[in-house]
Write a protein that binds this ligand. Sequence first.
Ligand code: HXC
Length: 260
Amino acid sequence: MNIDFSNANVFVAGGTSGINLGIALAFAEAGANVGVMSRKQANIDTALTRLRACGRGWFAGYAADVRYPEQVEKALTDFARARGPITVLVSGAAGNFPALARDLSPNGFKTVVDIDLMGTFNVMNRAYPLLKKPGACLINISAPQACQAVAYQIHANAAKAGVDQVTRTLAKEWGSDGIRVNSITPGLIAGTEGVDRLLPKNGASEDSCADIARQVPLGRAGQIRDVANAALFLASDAGSYISGAVLPVDGAWGLTEIRL
Ligand code: HXC
């Protein structure tokens, strides 16, 4: 996709691994300045090396946990002080593990809700004063279980449904500032921690991604780049009238009954 994001200031929460790193790299390739934020300094260092290898913009990493608003605020403020108002903000930090509801402790449920849902709110809420108005594009990373009750996923089912409602609410409240807010819903995406972490734990083999890919109407798992392309599209002028949308990038997997 040939889209130019030169001089754009793109901040990706959770942007040091998996789908979120793929999104950060895609914006870097398109010329953007990119800030990435995650908990682990080692992941930040690796991500910065990859960003510098593929982009010509300005790059920085911030160690912060999305569960702590003051840490999030500091990272966002440091980025905006260095580069100016944020033009694209991606909130994708997530935590997950498979557990049946009867076996899950209240703290286990709370942990995923705190990371996925509270974390999304914290990123959006703390970023508001720092966003380009008009013109900022915000993207929350959702999951197919926002729309259907997937077993072993009660925490993420609840949290990601909430994330999509955060998206819709902000699209309404911040539309008059010229801010667009959308969710992207990645499906079965190969080579991600989500797949590695969730699928083998349920008794499937190492080929579980390939097995589940057969349930996907398009007949294959997606690639991280498929999701990154959707983010580029939403943030580009081509997406300028899209706000409040929840965009699946899943080969229609979400329309089938998902069994992990
Ligand atoms: C049951 C578990 C558990 C498990 C943790 N808990 N792992 N319960 N089964 N496998 C419980 C703990 O017992 C504890 O409750 C509570 O959760 C908090 O655990 P901690 O380890 O203290 O939390 P923390 O160190 O903050 O770790 C967060 C985490 C962890 C989410 C639990 O798994 C993590 O950091 N994961 C890395 C990020 C990640 O998961 N990425 C993949 C996202 S994929 P008690 O009661 O004992 O105190 C994704 C997309 C999915 O989101 C879409 C697929 C289609």
